[in-house]
Design a protein around this ligand. Structure first.
Ligand code: SF4
Length: 280
């Protein structure tokens, strides 16, 4: 896939202070994201902040060319225990990363320090960087997987990597001994927010051997709801026999039940506020 409207920029800072409970800093080596998932919260956040983008989300990416150089300097001045979350407002392993390797270069800088990192991606390109990840003392990896079904994926995130590649990525990371969390974010309203689908998802998560399952329902509904309903029409043509949706409470109960059954760790606290405190 060729990313349109690529701009190379130079940044002054690459670590942004974060209020998220799991990180002290966020690190985003790109702005914009070619994967353009239909439920992405980042354009909604940008709109709320008054950041008006001329081109639709997914059509533009800014590449922070000097990110690794700036990071090298910033790492000298932060607490060695400060946690860094990579990829909170973009996917750092989107197609351009193959050419630029900026996320990889940043990992190489982090490997010189003891800062714990977490990263989130849906891209099998991360496989390329397993060697560098093995040099980092404390790393937690999240892989996004809103569905196990590639037909559903093609409806809701047609530009994102196929499910098979993500499963291969998870398998390789687990086999290499990494702490891998599966991100079921979002659970898709009208698609897999029903009893059977939840059971199926948690069972498959257990089979993958991931350390944790993290889930959330669709956020920023005021911004994303209409688009979701349009895609839901396509989904209903693709899969006409869908079961009734559960309430958020019933979803949580169902997930916790099957997580206990299959011994999958699920953080009990609500992650629905995750996107609200992210620094772009
Ligand atoms: S990969 Fe993440 S940042 Fe990129 S469009 Fe999808 S949800 Fe948004």
């Amino acid at each position: 896939m060729r990313t349109r409207n690529v701009t190379e920029i130079r940044c002054k800072s690459i670590l942004n202070k974060s209020k998220m409970p799991f990180s002290d800093y966020t690190l985003n080596v790109y702005q914009g994201c070619a994967f353009a998932c239909s439920y992405c919260y980042v354009p909604a956040m940008r709109a709320r902040r008054g950041q008006i983008d001329e081109k639709p989300w997914g059509d533009w990416v800014q590449v922070k060319l000097n990110a690794a150089e700036v990071l090298r300097e910033q790492l000298l001045h932060i607490d060695p225990g400060a946690k860094i979350a990579i990829g909170t407002a973009t996917d750092s392993w989107q197609p351009l990363e193959k050419r630029y390797a900026i996320a990889r270069n940043c990992l190489e800088q982090i490997a010189w320090h003891s800062n714990p990192i977490s990263l989130l991606t849906r891209s099998p390109l991360l496989l390329r960087d397993i060697d560098v990840l093995q040099d980092i003392s404390d790393v937690k990896i999240g892989v996004s997987l809103p569905t196990f079904d590639d037909g559903t994926r093609r409806i809701f995130e047609p530009n994102a990597p196929a499910i098979r590649g993500r499963l291969n990525l998870i398998e390789a990371l687990v086999n290499a001994g990494f702490h891998v969390s599966l991100f079921w974010c979002p659970i898709l309203y009208g698609v897999n927010d029903n009893k059977e689908a939840i059971h199926d998802y948690v069972r498959r998560a257990a089979d993958l051997g991931v350390t944790r399952l993290i889930y959330d329902t669709l956020g920023y509904r005021d911004f994303l709801w209409n688009a979701h309903l349009e895609l839901l029409n396509s989904f209903q043509q693709y899969s006409p026999q869908s079961s009734p949706s559960l309430s958020n409470t019933a979803i949580a109960d169902e997930i916790n039940y099957w997580a206990d059954h299959y011994s999958v760790a699920v953080p009990k606290k609500d992650v629905g506020t995750l996107a609200l405190s992210i620094s772009v």
